[in-house]
Design a protein around this ligand. Sequence first.
Ligand code: BDR
Ligand code: CA
Length: 310
Amino acid sequence: MSEKIKMILDCDVGHDDAIALMLAAAHPQIDLLGICAVAGNQVVEKTLRNTLNVVQHLGLDIPVYGGMDRPMVRDQILAPDIHGESGLDGPVFGPLHTEAQKEHGVNYIIRALMEAEEKITLVPVGPLTNIGMALRLEPRIVDKIQRIVLMGGAFGLGNRSPAAEFNILADPESAHVVFSSGAPIVMMGLDLTNQALADMSVIERMEAIGNKAGKLFGDMMRFTFESQKRNGLSAGPVHDVTAVAYLVRPDLFQTRPANVEVCLDKGLCYGRTVCDMTGRTGKPQNALVGTGLDLEGFWDLVEENIRRLA
Ligand code: BDR
Ligand code: CA
């Protein structure tokens, strides 16, 4: 296997965020340098606590940083309807002894990139506030970013509004900073991530591994499964996991190059990722957009790596 991929995970843990974290921490080809929490699914105090809980529960030795507690411009929106009051309802964790690093997540991202000899891959799977702030504070980091592989947006329908996906709608201005930064971007939007469905057979398969990580997967996804069931669905998507999976197994994905622009007009389409895949606008391609997923290969990858954890 080639050299390890140096990566920073930026997340709003979150059920699918937690599984993305597990995959990133476990995969032998990934060097997970640090994890930053951002406000998104819940307020940052909760997403940070959830991150620390997962890290401690699995005995991981990865520094965790608290990041931005609100979007750059817009009023805050959260997602308790999807992830519960804690932001990670379902699993029960023991008392928390692990602490976050003192350094702010945005300062950490800047420092890690500026000090790095090799480029670093950023994997944001929540609102893009930390990354947008870092790019604004220290624009030189763009040259140190290997690429940004993010979960957010859609070329089709949204989920939080008819036009917009939650992570982008939660901070469209930061998303605009990221998409216009010039950094290479891979966008795992809803069109792709809605294919990454965990039905009951997947849940039972991960639980059958018999370790803490498999049980955590089950405790989290059973909660998601129940809330999906109330909406008449029999499976829940693990959106964020696809961004990490793409890093190590791009062969499982189909992508298309596009110009992606975030709509900042505060109307019906606020936060929409407008994806020009045909060159109609004449604007330069700034992202690879996920379109298709080999679901069997994806779950094999997740299982293989959950086995590697405690
Ligand atoms: C995104 O929103 C969050 O609720 C999930 O964690 C994912 O990052 C999907 O729209
Ligand atoms: Ca997320």
